[in-house]
Write a protein that binds this ligand. Structure first.
Ligand code: GLC
Ligand code: GLC
Length: 814
């Protein structure tokens, strides 16, 4: 069953029914001011850091699931009836409803008793504010006397503290009201230099800034007393719960439309200029007033919206494909790329499943995210890489996370995730391949942010690689540490205490448990590093890396192969994990994916066998599950993985992040049909038809789809912020369509389904637009290239002469 449809022309998903199985959300903002908005206008806003600068309040895990947001109420002043044009919070049965989730904006509109109302929400580029443009139209045959009410609830900045420290918070709330603008200034009188404001374009009939005055005692958002009564009391919040609400009266003739603009923003003042007059306690509103004046004008709001649309058109225009599969086209051209930008901006901090107070930027996650967005914002990718590298430790290890506001490593989580360092090598090499910016390797970057410890970035990569060599276990495989990619395979944890963190508790020395996954990752990172070293003229060093890679590959074949598939790990007793010898968890996806994508056993059939076992034992129609059989009980020696009920999350859920590894593995053995089939199984657009099963948004990936052992097999959870976005983008564009960046130029190496006659790609690469056309002339994956009409040996498009704007490439597959 569907709840809407894709409007690919406009790059929108149009939701036509407000009661989607779960809230279907979107992101506003792409620089510093951000918002999350659901299809019924739920959600919240923040500046840079979702925990420390939360602008509006939001209560997670509410009932209903999504409540609180950017609400507008309409009231028919003749009858006294009122409703919400975004359905929530009053939940009136609307005659028409649609929510258009677009690139950086959301438009929610509806019709009720002849009144049409549509609100477009967006954050203009280069501004720290959001705009709600509400258009109300009277479709009745008589004039309409209406009241419009807006409302948001301010958060007292630190979202964690805001939801816990009530004995203080109930007394500190402060606002100022001037010219109908509600300024939220809690803690401004002491150590904060920032405030928020909520303004309206129209003359007000009234306002409220105290929640209880707006709602009334013992009432909720669905029937605020102010709206029911039809007027506001101009309350000024002292303590309790500051809100912002405007009341505007409008009279509409038949057929007439009116626009009302609301502006919600964030403003910082220089410390010396906080107050006006200087010796007062009154906010200096000079800069805020200027932006408010600007965006109160509908034409200026429209112009800002146009700029935003141009921005997204340009970003998405960098890579556009035209294949025989609508789901591939739609995800690559629009939604998957868009989601990659969301993961870049948010990492894993704020979604409807990440509360914005928990996780900073992950070292491993952020490096992998690069694979999906580096072509869109290379300068920001560069900055991200340098920030990440600056949290690396002198040992080559890394803080597992850092806080975006301070850019410092997070001590609570610490380090010791032994896969982390390799992701830096992979991230840096993806960046150089895309940009050709070898200079980044010479940037001086500190360790653990300590001044004086700087070395060239290149040395960070050398240390990353060495980190593993200095930490090999009894079989010569990398020691796993706290965890590798799978945060929940905690082989040194042995926790029997409720509530203890599986990721930070270690009860073992960690000298025994080994990871075959890190071994596979080591092969990939080692080869990248060798290429980089060669490029720097360090031939001998490059050889030594390749030598270690060859050794590790041999070790994988000796100690990491179980007969029909790759073993996952060795536990603290040096027993196999992910082997036929295990009663549960006999086979894991991670090593089948990563070892085959690293090319282990391509020549002698090991890779093909591992992929065959994956197909037989792990693949379901909803995607490939993480392991089988699921753990049916808690294993002290495996940790969090066995804490999840069977079929969910890492315990045999379909963890969509790692499915692309198997897709890439399939391309390496030349099996385009299987690769694309796996791609389609988890492609959200292809799953739109079964939205009642999938439940999450059909336009973005979710972290997990419940596995076959779960009661709700096929149900997605944790949408938006997941490495799934980058990895699927990377797998489809670079390995299945095979338009692959390399140090020396673009490679054309498609491994597509046999039934495809071909496809076209327009790809901007290092400033040049490549118009690529691939045609099938046979069943295989052999490529014959023509560049600008001339045949070229091999499958690398040579870098064109400086100043070239476009290159045309024809590839014939045989
Ligand atoms: C989450 C984490 C990621 C980890 C994965 C598997 O998605 O963000 O770092 O690799 O889970 O446990
Ligand atoms: C939990 C989740 C895992 C995530 C980790 C991050 O262990 O299961 O997916 O990576 O938390 O801290």
């Amino acid at each position: 069953m569907k709840y809407g449809y894709f409007d690919d022309q406009k790059r929108e998903y149009v939701i036509t029914q407000p009661d989607t199985p779960l809230p279907w959300i979107n992101y506003l903002g792409c620089q510093a001011y951000f918002g999350i908005i659901s299809n019924t206008a739920g959600g919240y806003s923040f500046y840079r850091d979702a925990r420390l600068r939360r602008i509006t309040r939001y209560r997670y895990n509410n009932a209903p699931f999504d409540l609180g947001g950017r609400y507008v109420y309409l009231r028919d002043d003749a009858s006294g009836e009122f409703w919400s044009p975004s359905w929530q919070p009053t939940r009136h049965k609307l005659e028409e409803y649609s929510c258009r989730q677009g690139m950086g904006y959301t438009t929610i509109g509806s019709k009720y008793k002849g009144i049409e109302a549509r609100t477009r929400y967006f954050v203009p580029l280069d501004e720290n504010l959001e705009i709600w443009q509400l258009t109300v139209t009277n479709l009745r045959e008589q004039a309409a006397e209406l009241s419009v009410f807006s409302v948001i609830e301010f958060c007292l900045w630190d979202a964690q503290d805001d939801s816990t420290n009530f004995q203080r918070n109930f007394s500190i709330g402060q606002v100022e009201i001037e010219d109908g603008v509600i300024y939220h200034k809690t803690e401004y009188r002491e150590r904060r230099d920032h405030f928020a404001y909520f303004a309206c374009s129209e003359k007000l009939a009234g306002y409220e800034s105290q929640r209880e005055a707006f709602l009334g005692a013992y009432r909720g958002w669905e029937n605020p007393v102010a709206v029911e009564r039809g007027h506001e009391t101009n309350s000024v919040a002292h303590g309790w719960a500051p809100v912002g609400s405007h009341h505007v009266k409008i009279s509409l003739k038949p057929g007439e439309s009116r626009q009302v603009v609301f502006v919600l923003g964030y403003q910082e003042n220089p410390r010396e200029e906080k107050f006006d007059p200087p010796d007062s306690q009154i906010i200096n509103k000079k800069s805020a007033k200027a932006v408010i004046a600007k965006y109160r004008v509908a034409a200026n709001a429209d112009a800002a919206f146009k700029k935003l649309t141009d921005y997204w058109n340009e970003l998405l225009g960098l890579c556009q494909v035209d294949t025989p599969d609508v789901h591939t086209n739609r995800m690559v051209n629009i939604w998957n790329a868009y989601q990659c930008m969301a993961t870049f901006n948010m990492s894993r901090s704020a979604s409807f499943y990440e509360s914005g107070i928990g996780r900073g930027l992950g070292f491993r996650d952020s490096n992998q995210d690069l694979l999906g967005f580096v072509h869109m914002v290379p300068e920001r990718a560069r900055e991200r890489i340098l920030d990440l590298a600056a949290t690396q430790l002198p040992s080559g290890g890394a803080y597992h996370q850092y806080q975006p506001l301070t850019k410092r490593g997070n001590n609570d989580v610490g380090s010791g995730f032994n896969d982390d360092p390799h992701w830096l090598i992979i991230g840096v090499s993806a960046y150089i391949k895309e940009t050709g910016d070898w200079g980044i390797l010479d940037e001086a970057v500190p360790y653990d942010n300590a001044a004086g410890s700087e070395t060239p970035l290149y040395e960070h990569l050398q240390r990353s690689f060495r980190y593993t060599l200095e930490r090999l276990g009894p079989h010569g495989l990398p020691l796993i540490g706290r965890a590798d990619w799978n945060d929940c395979l905690n082989l040194n944890c042995f926790s029997d205490t409720p509530g203890q963190s599986f990721q930070t508790t270690t009860n073992k020395e960690g000298k025994v448990a080994e990871s075959v996954f890190i071994a596979g990752l080591f092969l990939v990172a080692g080869r990248e590093l060798a290429d980089i070293a060669k490029h720097r003229g360090l031939g001998k060093e490059a050889c030594s890396y390749l030598c270690e890679v060859t050794k590790m590959e041999k070790t994988i074949r000796e100690h990491g192969w179980d007969g029909e598939w790759f073993i996952r790990a060795y536990d603290d007793f040096s027993r196999k994990v992910g082997s036929k010898e295990n009663a549960e968890g006999k086979i894991f996806i991670e090593t089948q994916g990563f070892c085959t994508l690293a090319g282990v056993g391509l020549e002698d059939g090991l890779a093909a066998r591992a992929l065959e076992s994956t197909r037989k034992m792990l693949a379901t129609k909803h995607g490939i599950v993480l392991q089988q059989p699921a753990y049916s009980k808690y294993y002290l020696e495996y940790g969090e993985i066995s804490s999840y009920p069977p079929g969910y999350k890492e315990n045999a859920g379909i963890f969509c992040h790692n499915n692309p590894w198997v897709m890439i593995g399939e391309t390496r053995v030349g099996n385009g049909d299987q690769a694309h089939d796996y791609y389609t199984r988890i492609n959200p657009s292809a799953r739109e038809e079964i939205s009642e099963v999938h439940r999450c948004e059909p336009y973005v990936y979710a972290q997990m789809i419940a596995g076959r052992d779960a009661a709700t097999h096929g149900e997605a959870k944790n949408s938006w912020l997941t490495g799934t976005a980058a990895w699927n983008y990377y797998a489809i564009t670079q390995w299945i369509l095979g338009i692959r960046t390399s140090f020396d130029g673009l490679l054309i190496a498609p491994v597509i389904p046999k039934s495809w006659k071909g496809f076209k790609v327009s790809r901007k690469f290092r400033g040049v637009t490549y118009q690529i056309e691939v045609q099938r002339a046979g069943d295989g994956n052999q490529v014959a290239l023509e560049v600008n009409g001339a045949a070229v040996q091999g499958n690398l498009v040579p870098l064109p002469a400086a100043g070239t704007k476009t290159v045309s490439v024809k590839a014939t597959l045989r």
